[in-house]
Design a protein around this ligand. Structure first.
Ligand code: SAM
Length: 461
């Protein structure tokens, strides 16, 4: 008997699946503490550097992910509340969930879709591997969760991601045969979440498992339609249920015979240090995944409408942005792309060589973040965005105010307070923690006014 109350039909299912001896060890794992992990973000730092800077986290490596580490939270060490977290140096992620993107293995320049992406663990891992080259379309169906996804993309300083909030089918109409690589981390019955989130136990039932399997099948059919011939699809869940895992993969292979199964991996809590994950890597048959697909480009032309060029307000917004950059960011250059105005918000939509993606693809989609948010346009001036602050390479800003992580000013800045400083050069100032950007301030005399967006400021004690 475990201390956690498990549904009887679940216990029986696991005994059938694993046999009585192994099921005993599996069920006993529910009495062990859950594993906690973080993944270092290669766009910002390296594992060696972060380990040096955070001795108190007691990081130990996750075997299946080079950037993944276990930590043990204590009253004096809370990685989720550390200023390096606000600076996007790492992402808190359950260790076994790190396995799926490792198997998909995106490379710089790939065109990647993460179809069920919130809160963004796998998307930020993909973005780290793309290293700013290529394109990540990261999608989440639920509005509130899509907002969290978008904030995480911002915190991690990702410049080449489009965040959308769409159901899979209409997204597939817009992007037929489009992506080189795709992550489908499907909503599931969450059997691997029971230790972390006991509410998942209350939601579990054999009928819920059936409903999840049917939904996964629907999502996968849309995914298949968006994958290029020769493209790779990683399908993952955090459940142990074979009807959501192996059976769903078997259904794809049966219905779409051009697909081949390259590999499956399972992480089990009684065999590995992780809560549990399933991932299958499939390849779609056909030509080279990197070859432009003429049928897809033609279909896209119909769906997305005519290519539009920058409007006059966009040109004017970019003129203001360039004037700001000439003062505050000497030597800073935007990568290939185009300016897009969403109301008063100015974004930089990435352009990828050999990929037809441009602004016309955004028409009719619910888009939360069309690339890198550069600025808010005010009358005859701009205010640089929080996303820009977090995406800047080190040393890009002319004026900075830096504090060590333990300085009280860091906490005050993250709470939205104005900082009193020795007078300096007036203008936009990047506030940094040990050299890593936390957000913008604007200095007038000895005061640095806080420009962290209100919704992102720290609350409480
Ligand atoms: N990949 C995410 C990560 O690593 O942070 C976790 C994704 S979670 C397992 C599955 C997501 O699928 C949830 O955010 C959920 O809102 C979303 N979802 C639910 N129903 C969906 C549907 N019908 N189509 C697409 N996504 C759906």
């Amino acid at each position: 008997m475990t201390q956690i109350q498990l549904p009887e039909s679940y216990t029986r299912q696991m005994i059938d699946q694993l046999g009585p001896e192994e099921a005993g060890r599996f069920l006993a794992s529910y009495d062990q503490p859950r594993t906690q992990g973080l993944r270092i973000h290669p766009l910002k730092t390296t594992p060696e550097r972060l380990r040096e800077m955070t001795d108190e986290f007691g990081l130990t490596p996750v075997p299946w992910c080079e950037t993944g580490f276990y930590y043990k939270e204590s009253s004096t060490s809370k990685p989720g509340k550390h200023p390096y977290h606000a600076a996007g140096l790492y992402y808190i992620q359950e260790p076994s969930a790190m396995s799926a993107v490792e198997l998909l293995d995106p490379k710089p320049g790939d065109i990647v879709l993460d179809l069920a992406a919130a809160p963004g663990g796998k998307s930020t891992q993909i973005a780290g591997k793309l290293r700013g080259e290529g394109l990540l379309v990261t999608n989440e169906i639920h509005p509130a969760r899509a907002k969290i996804l978008s904030e995480n993309i911002e915190r991690m300083g990702v410049t080449n991601a489009i965040v959308t909030q769409m159901a899979p089918d209409p997204l597939a109409e817009r992007f037929p045969l489009f992506f080189d690589k795709m992550m489908v981390d499907a909503p599931c019955s969450g059997e691997g979440m029971f230790r972390k989130d006991p509410q998942a136990i209350d939601e579990w039932s054999p009928d819920h498992v059936k409903m999840c399997a049917a939904r996964q099948w629907d999502i996968l059919q849309a995914a298949v339609a968006m994958l290029k011939p020769g493209g790779l699809l990683a399908y993952s869940t955090c459940t142990f249920n074979t009807s959501e895992n192996e059976s769903t993969v078997a259904a794809v292979l049966e219905r779409f015979p051009s697909f081949e199964l390259l590999r499956t991996e399972r992480i089990w809590p009684h065999r590995h240090a992780g809560e549990g994950h399933f991932v299958a890597l499939l390849r779609k048959g056909g030509e080279d995944a990197t070859a432009p697909d003429r049928a897809a480009v033609k279909a896209r032309g119909k769906a997305a409408g005519k290519r539009a060029s920058a409007s006059r307000p966009e040109e004017e917004a970019m003129r203001l942005f360039r004037a700001f950059a000439a003062d505050a960011l000497p030597g800073f250059e935007l990568p290939a792309g185009e300016a897009v105005l969403f109301g008063e918000q100015l974004y930089w939509l990435p352009a990828v060589q050999g990929c037809p993606f441009d602004r016309s693809y955004l028409n009719g989609l619910k888009v939360l973040r069309p690339g890198l948010h550069l600025a808010e346009v005010k009358k005859a001036r701009i205010e640089p965005s929080h996303a820009l602050a977090l995406a800047l390479p080190r040393g890009a800003a002319r004026r900075t105010v830096d504090f060590p992580a333990e300085a009280p000013e860091i906490d005050r800045f993250l709470r939205g307070e104005t900082l009193e400083q020795a007078p300096g050069d007036n203008g936009w100032v990047l506030v940094t923690v040990d050299g890593f950007a936390l957000g913008w301030g604007k200095r007038t005399g000895s005061q640095v006014k806080n420009h962290i967006p209100k919704g992102l400021r720290r609350l409480g004690t």
